[in-house]
Every structure is written in C-alpha cells, then in structure tokens.
Ligand binder design. Structure first.
Ligand SMILES: *[C@@H]1O[C@H](CO)[C@@H](O)[C@H](O)[C@H]1NC(C)=O
Ligand SMILES: *[C@@H]1O[C@H](CO)[C@@H](O)[C@H](O)[C@H]1NC(C)=O
Ligand SMILES: *[C@@H]1O[C@H](CO)[C@@H](O)[C@H](O)[C@H]1NC(C)=O
Length: 576
C-alpha cells in the first residue's frame, strides 16, 4: 500500500515537474565552477561587436575542408585586439557522429576539439555563441521530399543533450544557439523550428549544470526577420530561461551579393529600406533582446566606398534599435588569418568606431541609381595615356576635421602635393600625380594613401592607373559540359564589376525586369552564373546552360571599375 502510494506520488511529481521546470535526470550534473547570472539583454549587449569564425568548424566534413586552417588561439587574440568582444563559433556536427539512431553519439575527438576552441575564447574573456550549424541543411531540413521529422527531432534532442552536458559548467559568457538558419519556407517548417526550440530547452535543462540560467539565442525560420515576425512562437516551457532572438541580415540582396550590377549603395532610399526592416522587427519584438548573428558586405565583392557607407549605416542602425552584431567572415573576405590583418583595414575600423557611436568620415561616392557612371572616393583613377592633371576626391567629414595624409611608406605628403578644403575636398597636385602615373608604369594601383581625421576610422585612398583589361579569347561556341575559365589580364583594379548579357536581337538574356533599373543595372547578369578571381573570368555550367537555352548568339559585356556606361569594358560573344 504505502509503497505503491509513494510510487504514485513520485509519478505525479515527475509529471508536474517535467512541464514546469527542469526535472532531475540521470544526466543532470552539478558544477564546481561559479556562474555569474546575466540577463539576455546584458549578455547580448556584451557581444558587440562580434566576429564569426566562419567556414571553419562548420566546414563539411571537417574544420579544414573549406580553405581555413584549424582555428588558432592567436587568431582569437588578434580579433579581440581589433576591438571584437565576442566570437560566434559555427559548428557542423553532421559527419561527426560515431553511430546512428537512437544513440547518435558525437565523436569524442570532435567534441573535445569544439570544447578546446570554446575554452580558448572564454579564457580571453570573449563572449561565445556556440551552435549547431549546417546540420540545418544536412539532416535537419524538413523541406526535402523524404524528410523524416521524427528523426530530426530525435537526433536534435540527442545532440543537444550531449552538447548541453559537455558545456553545462561553462561560464555565463557562453550562449547556446539551437540551430543556424533553420531550413524551409512555410508555416509547417516554422512550426518545427518552434518545436525544436522547445526540445533544445528541454535537453539543455535536463543536462543540468548552469544551463537553466544560461542565456540562449532562439530564432525563427531561416533566422530571417520576416519569417521570424510571421511565425516565431517561444515555447512556454522553462519560462525562467533567459533568452532572446537572433536574426541574420544580408540585405539588400543585390548589393550584398553583387547581383544585377548593383555596385552603388548609400542613397536615402537604400538607407530607409534597412531602417524599415529593423523597425518592423523591433515593432514585433519590442521587449525582446535580439542581435544580428550574421551580416556582411564582402570586401571581395562590394565596391569600397559603398561598402564603407553600408558598414557605417548598418552599425548605426543596429545601435538605434539596440541590437549587437556579429560579422560573418568566411576567412577570405574580412580578416586574413594567415597574414594576421584585415583585408581592408578601413572596413573594420569603420565598424568598431560606429559600434562606439564615434563619427566616421566616409568616402563620397555615387548614390544615384540613375547614374551612367560611378564615382568612388576610395579611389583616384587615371586612364592610361590621358594627360596628367590635378585630381580631386570628396569626403563626407561627418563633423570630423582632416588630420593627415601619408603614403604607403608612412611619409606625410607635403603641402605642394595636396590640399584639403574645410568641406572635405582633397586635391592631389599634377606634379605629385606625375610621379605615379608614368607611361612606363604598368596599370594597377600605384600608391595607397592613408587619411586620418580628428575622430573615427582612417581611410585608404588607392591611386589607380587603368586601361581596359584584355582577355585571351573573345569568341566561343557554347559548351555546357564544364565551367569555362577565360584568362583575363586586368589593367587596374583586379575585379569584374558587372556583366551585361544581350542577345543578338537586343533582348536581355535574363531578368527582363532590370529594364526598370538604372543604366548601370539594365540587362546585368547575376553573379553566381559567372565569377572571377585575380587572373580568370569564369562562366559556370549553370550560366553556360542559360546561354545555350537562349538559342541565339549572346554578347557578354564585362565591365570594370571605374564603371562608365559604354567604356572600360570588353565583349565576349557566344554562338550556339
Ligand atoms: C523516421 O525516423 C524514425 C526515428 O529515427 C525511425 O524510427 C523511422 O523508421 C523513420 N521513418 C522512415 C520512414 O524512415
Ligand atoms: C510585424 O511584422 C509584420 C511582418 O513583417 C509587419 O507587417 C508588421 O507591421 C510588424 N508589426 C509591427 C508592429 O511593426
Ligand atoms: C559590345 O557589345 C554591345 C552589345 O552587346 C555593343 O553595343 C558594343 O558596341 C560592343 N562593344 C564593342 C567594343 O564591340
């Protein structure tokens, strides 16, 4: 009697506690380490600004599979010295399970490796966001035709039970993020994300340790702002878990991904579009702490002055709405881990100054989408063979005053070489420029000057002598069997700015609607069908297939910086 009554009571208690709070479980552990409880808003504020160790532990299948060496403590130290206060460590766990259902044991060597990196970051005092990353499209994608959501939930719970157990006693500077950019497009997929968020909370709480007080970063479908606004519902379990939202921001798509010739950014409309997206998110989640877990405008693919403006405005918008941000870095376009240097120091300098609310001087540049040419004060361009005259470039001082201008050897220019007006117009004298632009000199960047101002970022100014690049062959018969790589010899900046694609009858190869865009965007073909590196222009099989399907002769016009409609471009013709 007595015994069975006691068992009944235990069963009732177990049932009650499993809904309301962390039930005791065989896995739950006690910690000897201390833990400073922190609110989600304080923890998120402490992230700012942050850096993603991208394409590293999230690589498939291994840490070094995507072109980066294993992450070094030294890199974290350097990133911190550059002014970053947190690191998001994306980890793809797929390919690191020792067995299958139902145990899904994570390989011990892998778990140890992840713990080593987390411990290194925490030892420096950095805040850390640890996640489950590309698993979202490897085994946790509910939108594929043969998706097994039962398996997804089981495996996800088992994975978080193991991560939750291993990291249960880490400090409150460690934040858990259940799943990067959960895949899918419709409400059913969003419902699964809400469900997985609940399973995640259950798994980490059952693992015990400090987890019940640990800040977690939940998200909606895709970590997109609008899908989160539409469908995110926070699980009602574990109401005392400190939490907030994470979203990712790669907008506007065309500027960030070099689509449709959008190399210009910074108009009032461009800025209003960013502000509007943040306003809607804030409107939906007024009292919920949130941060931007990924964003970027890549140094390799965006125009420099436009990028500087974007970085400055993006961060100031984050400040306005109270969101921290963590920049995405694939290792090839923000911080050069091997050289221990930013690929474009001004970009990083603008970011960290803007986070502090310090005014940055910016390079002026074309903002008007109806322009037929694009200027950029990140560069001074001189066309090979043109007479050498004084050249000017404009800065948006933003309340700062000019301090100094030095050349790449660190020597200050003297007053006969330049003048700077109080409104930010820099003029380099003809006699100075004549020392750089000589008829013997090969095209390319002749000098990089550094400008310092009373506050904020220092800016670089590249002095470039250019002529139109040459390609090894300009007529091809379309062959869709393999990517086409065409050697290119740049004669200035080593970049393809845009590609215009016209059929012989003058119609567009793709995206007819671009006729409503400005002259520098009409008929421009999307990056991704084509690409480039420092010596090659490539058209991928997908792009070649589009050329084939056009059924007519197609002319591609490759455009370079400076962009001038009808100039500084080369044509490549493709016949069927
Ligand atoms: C789905 O996954 C569950 C759990 O792993 C498994 O028991 C079930 O057989 C799977 N269903 C199918 C159709 O594969
Ligand atoms: C919430 O988001 C939706 C969808 O984006 C938007 O239509 C709505 O205006 C937002 N609400 C507020 C109060 O901002
Ligand atoms: C390149 O092709 C375009 C049509 O696509 C044409 O208007 C232009 O004149 C061509 N340029 C040269 C240098 O042949």
């Amino acid at each position: 009697m007595q015994k069975s009554w006691a068992l009944h009571l235990l069963a009732v208690l177990a049932k009650a506690t499993s809904v309301a709070a962390a039930p005791p479980s065989p896995r739950a552990q006690a910690c000897t380490s201390s833990f400073d409880p922190i609110t989600a808003s304080a923890a998120f504020a402490a992230l700012n600004p942050g850096w993603n160790a991208g394409n590293t532990l999230d690589g498939i299948p291994n840490e070094d599979s995507w072109g980066n060496s294993p992450l070094q403590l030294a890199t974290l130290t350097q990133i911190q010295a550059k002014g970053f206060n947190s690191v998001r460590i994306p980890v793809t766990w797929a390919y690191h399970f020792d067995d299958e259902s139902p145990t899904w044991n994570v390989n011990k060597v892998w778990m140890n490796r992840v713990e080593t990196v987390v411990d290194q970051a925490l030892s420096l005092g950095l805040s850390v966001v640890l996640n489950v990353h590309h698993d979202s499209w490897v085994w946790a994608d509910p939108s594929v035709s043969n998706a097994n959501t039962t398996m997804i939930k089981e495996k996800f719970s088992r994975l978080w039970a193991q991560i939750g157990t291993r990291f249960a006693c880490k400090s409150s500077k460690l934040i858990f993020e259940p799943l990067n950019e959960p895949a899918g497009s419709e409400k059913a997929h969003a419902d699964l994300v809400n469900n997985l968020n609940g399973l995640f909370l259950e798994a980490i709480n059952q693992a015990g340790g400090h987890n019940p007080s640990r800040v977690v970063s939940l998200s909606g479908l895709g970590m997109s702002m609008d899908k989160t606004e539409m469908w995110f519902v926070r699980p009602t379990t574990y109401p005392n878990q400190p939490w907030g939202l994470q979203f990712h921001y790669y907008s506007p798509y065309d500027f960030i991904f070099s689509a449709w010739g959008k190399t210009i950014w910074g108009s009032d409309e461009d800025k209003a579009a960013v502000d509007q997206e943040f306003a809607l998110f804030k409107g939906n989640f007024t009292n919920i702490p949130a941060f931007v877990g990924e964003w970027d405008a890549s140094v390799t693919s965006t125009e420099t002055a436009g990028r500087w403006k974007y970085f400055d405005y993006f961060i100031r918008t984050c400040n306005k709405y109270g969101y921290s941000s963590i920049i995405w870095d694939n290792g090839g376009d923000f911080y050069n881990r091997n050289a221990a240097a930013l690929y474009d120091p001004a970009t990083g300098d603008i970011l960290v100054n803007a986070v502090k609310g310090i005014s940055n001087t910016l390079a002026d540049s074309t903002e008007d989408a109806s322009a037929t040419s694009q200027t950029s004060s990140a560069y001074i361009f001189h066309k090979f063979g043109d007479p050498v005259v004084a050249q000017s470039t404009d800065y948006l001082l933003n309340g700062n005053t000019f301090k100094s201008i030095t050349n790449s050897a660190g020597k200050a220019l003297d007053s006969s070489q330049y003048s700077m007006s109080s409104t930010g117009k820099l003029t380099l004298s003809a006699t100075y420029l004549q020392t750089l632009y000589t008829s013997e000199a090969a095209a390319g960047t002749k000098e990089t000057l550094t400008l310092k101002f009373s506050a904020g970022a220092s800016l670089s100014l590249q002095i470039v002598q250019y002529s139109t690049p040459t390609i090894s062959q300009s007529a091809f018969k379309i062959d869709t069997s393999t990517d086409l790589h065409i050697p290119i010899t740049y004669q200035g900046l080593p970049k393809v700015a845009a590609v215009k694609a016209l059929l012989e009858d003058g119609t567009y190869l793709a995206d007819d609607w671009t006729q409503y865009l400005g002259p520098l965007q009409q008929a421009r073909w999307t990056y991704g069908s084509w690409g480039f590196d420092k010596s090659t222009f490539s058209i991928y099989v997908s792009g070649l297939t589009a050329l084939k399907n056009a059924g007519k002769t197609v002319t591609l016009t490759l455009e370079f910086f400076p962009r001038i409609q009808g100039q500084n471009s080369v044509n490549i013709t493709f016949t069927q």
